[in-house]
Design a protein around this ligand. Structure first.
Ligand SMILES: *[C@@H]1O[C@H](CO)[C@@H](O)[C@H](O)[C@H]1NC(C)=O
Ligand SMILES: *[C@@H]1O[C@H](CO)[C@@H](O)[C@H](O)[C@H]1NC(C)=O
Ligand SMILES: *[C@@H]1O[C@H](CO)[C@@H](O)[C@H](O)[C@H]1NC(C)=O
Ligand SMILES: *[C@@H]1O[C@H](CO)[C@@H](O)[C@H](O)[C@H]1NC(C)=O
Ligand SMILES: *[C@@H]1O[C@H](CO)[C@@H](O)[C@H](O)[C@H]1NC(C)=O
Length: 408
């Protein structure tokens, strides 16, 4: 064969090699192929996962830990940085936790700690297998048991991160806990747990700046999203929530030295069959705090018990100083374009503190109908909301009951 005739096939081979190489992520480290993980649903993924993480984290070029399709058992894992270069986890499989709550000595299952430039994606599922824990956790006073229940996924001190196309299922406690993070985005993140699963908040955060929650679907037994002290510049949009307890700021004001919650935007969300819609809750008496610059806009509520709620007499299981006033100051809060139905007549309820009344609360374009025969009502205590647009129910049209009933 003449030499020049060979050039075409070898170029073809090179092209094929190039195409197949470009399909694999840069620096892909496969836990099965390289570290002997077994997708048999019973061999512990812990060591292969950690070994792959350590190799990826030590790499000076970007690298990706790959967990291929299949079902894995994971006892627990603590994935720590700092890493030498951007690091990614591509989870395609389903990772299951031990179902026995007694298998956990501390409240962690999968924990990411001190990492910068992090991404996790791949369509995978973290399954907390919570059903046994739910049964034992139904007693609200069983605190000793609850404090050891693991959160499915924790992000502690994580900066510049994107979590995309991941599902958290049946966590034993909160699904996701974001703590001390900066610039972290959860996008197309799915939460799935039964409506009656206790304390299974979808995404909880605290002491974090620049959290973005976008395009997520959250069905769970507690708050879809709960916002703790020290949250700044939070953006929540395009969320569907329900069943669950809605999107909540708080509870705040129970513990000393809480940091302000400042700059929260919640837009374009649909909330269905939940106990609350847009809520801010603070404890009476107890400790001071600040909530300001909070805006709920373009929200649809379907069959929500309390669609719009500021509750500064938050008092679960009557365990509070109900006759004292909350020391948490609320200001610059708006509810705009909120429509749909409420399952209770009290659709818009502002119970503000007598010692620091809510400042600059705005209601605009509200149209909420009660699903029952009575019209929807609105109650106000220690607040004079600014109003505009069409408003149903008429703001502050109903008296506030003398004894404020406890809410959970
Ligand atoms: C925030 O994090 C993303 C990664 O999710 C990154 O692309 C972006 O540059 C970061 N923004 C800032 C201001 O650092
Ligand atoms: C609102 O959110 C839904 C998802 O719930 C999304 O499909 C839609 O595109 C969003 N609309 C706008 C205007 O962003
Ligand atoms: C809301 O509850 C009704 C009645 O139980 C049910 O038919 C509907 O599917 C629920 N919607 C969602 C989004 O969960
Ligand atoms: C409203 O939601 C409750 C649960 O909060 C559910 O039991 C009821 O069936 C729902 N009703 C409708 C009409 O969807
Ligand atoms: C509330 O907004 C006003 C301007 O609209 C601003 O002057 C004030 O500082 C804000 N209050 C807080 C506590 O952020």
């Amino acid at each position: 064969m003449a030499p020049h005739l060979n050039i075409v096939p070898s170029m073809f081979v090179l092209l094929l090699l190039f195409i197949s190489a470009s399909k694999v992520q840069s620096g892909a480290i496969d836990v099965v192929a390289k570290f002997g993980a077994k997708a048999d649903g019973k061999t512990d993924l812990s060591k292969p996962f950690l070994d792959a993480w350590k190799e990826a984290c030590a790499s000076v070029t970007p690298s990706t830990v790959v967990i291929p399709k299949g079902t894995y058992l994971l006892s627990k894992v603590n994935l720590e940085g700092p890493c030498k270069a951007p690091i990614e986890i591509n989870v395609q499989g389903t990772i299951k936790a031990p179902a026995d709550p007694g298998a956990f000595k501390d409240p962690n299952w999968v924990r990411f700690y001190s990492i910068e430039n992090f991404k996790m994606s791949g369509g995978g599922i973290f399954d907390g297998q919570g059903s046994i824990a739910y049964e034992k956790n139904k007693d609200p006073h069983n605190r000793a048991f609850r404090v050891k229940l693991p959160v499915n996924i924790r992000f502690d001190f994580v900066t510049n991160a994107l979590i995309q196309d991941i599902t958290s299922k049946d966590s034993k406690l909160f699904h996701v806990n974001v703590f001390a993070c900066k610039n972290i985005t959860l996008e197309r993140f799915t939460v799935e747990a039964p409506a009656d699963s206790p304390n299974t908040d979808g995404i909880h955060m605290g002491k974090s700046d620049g959290v973005n929650i976008i395009g997520c679907e959250i069905k769970t037994g507690d708050d879809c999203i709960s916002i703790g002290d020290g949250t700044k510049n939070l953006d929540i949009k395009d969320i569907t929530c329900g069943p669950g307890h809605g999107i909540s700021i708080g509870s705040l004001g129970k513990y000393p030295n809480e940091e302000p919650v400042e700059g929260v935007k919640v837009t374009n969300c649909t909330i269905t069959n939940t106990s609350n819609g847009a809520r801010i809750k603070t404890w009476p008496g107890e400790s001071p705090g600040i909530v300001s610059d909070v805006h709920f806009e373009d929200i649809i509520v379907n069959n929500v018990s309390s669609p719009i709620l500021i509750d500064q007499k938050y008092c679960p299981w009557s365990k509070c100083k109900i006759n004292e006033e909350s020391k948490v100051k609320l200001s610059n809060i708006s509810f705009k374009n909120i429509r749909g139905t409420s399952a209770l007549p009290e659709a818009v309820k502002f119970i503000c503190s007598g010692s620091s009344p809510c400042q600059n609360v705005e209601l605009a374009d509200i149209d909420i109908k009660h699903t029952g025969p009575e019209p929807a009502t609105s109650q106000c205590l220690n607040v004079k909301p600014k109003t505009s647009g069409k408003l149903n129910p008429t703001p502050c049209s109903s008296p506030v009951p003398k004894t404020l009933s406890a809410t959970a």
